[in-house]
Design a protein around this ligand. Structure first.
Ligand code: HEC
Length: 167
């Protein structure tokens, strides 16, 4: 398998969300149908985490974690879908908040970033759920994650451990 994200997580995602094809940047045929309900996240949450709904979504990992090619594609999609227009080049901020730091309104874990993009957020963040296939969304998430890492302020692991949600 060309992807080297954590074996268990990836296997589950591959089964549930048709992610196997995503490794080759092909859009899985089911993705468009799945994205509007954030089915990937919901499915992973219920099947992978056995301790019940109290387990934070923050535990969910990006299937493209550590994949430099996906990161580069994510950067491209970030520009294509005009995230730049509101969040600035390299997430420096504009109409939308700075993404290249660790000051998250809705949480900086991969699943929380994914949700921000898919569902939108009330104060001016549009929902991209119906527009971007799930595989590409995760590539964008990988890129957004990399912005705060590049800024040298990576506190994502704290957020994960605490399961911080919107604050
Ligand atoms: C029309 C302007 C606009 C566009 C386009 C836009 N955003 Fe946003 N975004 C916002 C605003 C405004 C917020 C803050 C929303 C709030 O506070 O409720 C936000 C919030 C977010 C958040 C949550 C930040 C946090 O601190 O928790 C993420 C992640 C995000 N956007 C990523 C993206 C990505 C990726 C794209 C491109 C696919 C994108 N945005 C496109 C305006 C935009």
């Amino acid at each position: 398998m060309p992807c080297h994200a954590g074996g268990g997580t990836l296997a589950i995602l591959a089964t549930l969300a048709g992610f196997a094809a995503a490794c080759r940047e092909e859009t899985p045929p089911t993705a468009e149908r799945l994205v509007p309900e954030v089915a990937g996240v919901a499915a992973v949450r219920t099947s992978e985490l056995h301790a019940g709904p109290a387990v934070p979504v923050a535990e969910i990992r990006n299937p493209y974690e550590g994949d430099s090619r996906a990161l580069e594609d994510g950067r491209r999609y970030y520009n294509w879908f005009n995230c730049t227009g509101c969040h600035g080049g390299r997430g420096g901020g504009g109409i939308g908040p700075v993404l290249a730091d660790n000051d998250w309104i809705y949480g900086g874990s991969p699943a929380q970033i994914f949700e921000s993009i898919v569902k939108g957020r009330p104060n001016g963040m549009p929902s991209f759920g119906g527009q971007i296939p799930e595989a590409r969304l995760w590539m964008i998430v990988a890129y957004v994650e990399s912005l705060s890492e590049a800024s040298g302020e990576d506190q994502r692991h704290d957020a994960r451990a605490e399961g911080t949600g919107p604050r």
